[in-house]
Write a protein that binds this ligand. Structure first.
Ligand SMILES: [Zn+2]
Ligand SMILES: [Zn+2]
Length: 302
């Protein structure tokens, strides 16, 4: 073939290793469109009247759902770092579903893959092979990313039909939360309590996928780029101690020392004292003393 007749466009980049394009889902495109529209709706904060009531609603909605993501979706469903009753497990699932981060099974499945393939091309959201913005936002829209295959690695959760129901109908809980905001604060309640608060929870959570793998210090030689970051730990109620977490992912406590603030862990201790949860998994002395990175940042041989 004459080289002048060859198409000048370059072929699309190969998908990540073992990636599989997910099937077309209409609802996925609808939710992507809503996600973009919600960001545009942020401009309404300049239109609706602001009051102490709607600001409190926004902060309360942030605190409740950020907690549900960290204590429920992350430390309970993804890592099983404590035990609880079937009823409270369902409460955690429903509160988490209000955060607009998909259902508990999907979240746990994706996150377990993040730990299993951390910072490799098979990691669903790593800034190392794919860049910061892919890890923060792009992966949410990427139909080429490793197929979620939601329930293959969460069979411990999918045996509960009520959790499967919440996972498949998470929109019910998002809409319910939006109506609660409307009932409390009218249009301003929706803008501040739902739009602003939900996007704040979303981006704070995504910062753990993106920033917590590039910005901060590394204590443990985890074989990935996870970092400890105090600012992110405050914003996310303890999730910023991400290098600690990659070192010991099954412990309920992520701030290992008293100065590593971990609000979620403190609340879990209260719930354990009340008998609502139990079997809280703590980092052992051996875990705390685990293999450190060298002073030059390299990982020392074991
Ligand atoms: Zn991570
Ligand atoms: Zn984790």
């Amino acid at each position: 073939m004459n080289s002048k007749l060859r198409p000048t466009t370059t072929p699309p980049e190969s998908p990540p290793v073992l990636a599989q394009r997910r099937p077309y889902r209409v609802m996925e495109h609808v939710s992507n469109l809503l996600f973009v529209l919600m960001h545009l709706a942020l401009l309404l904060v300049f239109v609706v009247p602001v009051s102490g009531k709607v600001l409190a609603l926004a902060l309360g909605g942030y605190a409740l759902r950020m907690w549900a993501v960290t204590a429920g979706y992350h430390r309970y469903f993804a890592h099983r770092s404590y035990k609880t009753s079937r009823a409270f497990q369902l409460v955690l699932a429903m509160l988490g579903a209000m955060s607009m981060q998909n259902g508990p099974l999907w979240w746990a499945s994706t996150h377990r893959r993040h730990h299993k393939y951390s910072d490799t091309p098979r990691d669903p959201h790593s800034p190392v092979p794919r860049g910061f913005w892919y890890a923060h936002l792009g992966w949410n829209f990427d139909r080429w990313r490793p197929a979620p295959d939601e329930r293959s690695n969460v069979r411990d959760l999918s045996r509960f039909p009520e959790l499967v129901y919440v996972d498949s109908h998470e929109w019910i809980f998002i809409v319910t939360y939006a109506f609660i905001c409307l009932a409390i604060g009218g249009a301003a309640g929706v803008v501040w309590g739902f739009v602003v608060s939900t996007l704040a929870v979303f981006h704070a959570t995504m910062c753990i996928n993106s920033l917590a793998h590039v910005w901060g210090s590394r204590r443990y030689a985890t074989g990935d780029e996870s970092r400890n970051n105090g600012l992110l730990a405050i914003l996310t109620f303890g999730e910023g101690w991400h290098n600690n977490h990659h070192h010991a992912m099954h412990t309920a406590r992520q701030g290992f020392y008293w100065w590593e603030v971990d609000f979620t862990y403190y609340t879990l201790r209260v719930l354990a004292a009340l008998g609502i949860i139990w079997g809280l998994r703590e980092p052992s002395a051996a875990v705390l003393a685990g293999q450190r990175v060298a002073s030059d940042g390299s990982e020392m041989p074991s």
